[in-house]
Design a protein around this ligand. Sequence first.
Ligand SMILES: [Zn+2]
Length: 231
Amino acid sequence: MKWVNRAVVVIVVLLTLNVFVQPGAMTSIGKRVTNAMDLPGMLKTEIDRATKHVENAQNTQNNSNATPIENIVQGRTLSNHYYYRFAANVPDRAKRTFLQAVRQYNATGIVKISPLTDRTSSQVNEMTFYVYHKRLRTGSGSVELGLGGPKIYPWVGSHHDDLNRGKAGLNMEYPQVSLRRSVALHEIGHVLGLDHSQRRDSIMFPVDQGRTQLSKEDLATLRKIYHHSTK
Ligand SMILES: [Zn+2]
């Protein structure tokens, strides 16, 4: 029975992608794609757990000042140590933008984001930085600056904790507005489990405000997600 459990959990992947937009069309704020890939029948426990996360989130996140936690990250046990890698074809200027944001997260002391090397264990949290091209749809009025989200593999970590293999992307179609530290901070924030905030001083406000400092609410939520970090 034990190996059956293991076979199940390896396949569960919870993935959230969030779109970050430039001011212009408030209508596209909060547009998101949520995707949970699973095996029918076998994963009821996991699905129930995910549902409960959503309910908990709705109950506990009524305080509109707090920076919310991504639903699929709610209740997870994640190490605060992440290893980043760049996808192929990320230009140097985009790498610099990502690395500025990485330094800033490391300076909080709450999470640690190091470069992934060949010697890095396979049972660690990873984040992939990438770029993509997406042109503004005619008449929509808003520019998509980036995409980001966590990707959770429940219970497969070295201490039966959860692993996160999220991705953060910058839209190179509009480098003049997307290659900004505020955008990289926002997308990496999603990877780390932060959801959109209603406060303009949050880096997680869904429309870019050019913020380059995490707000005290952003820091508080980050601490909450990683308070039981398994190191
Ligand atoms: Zn976002």
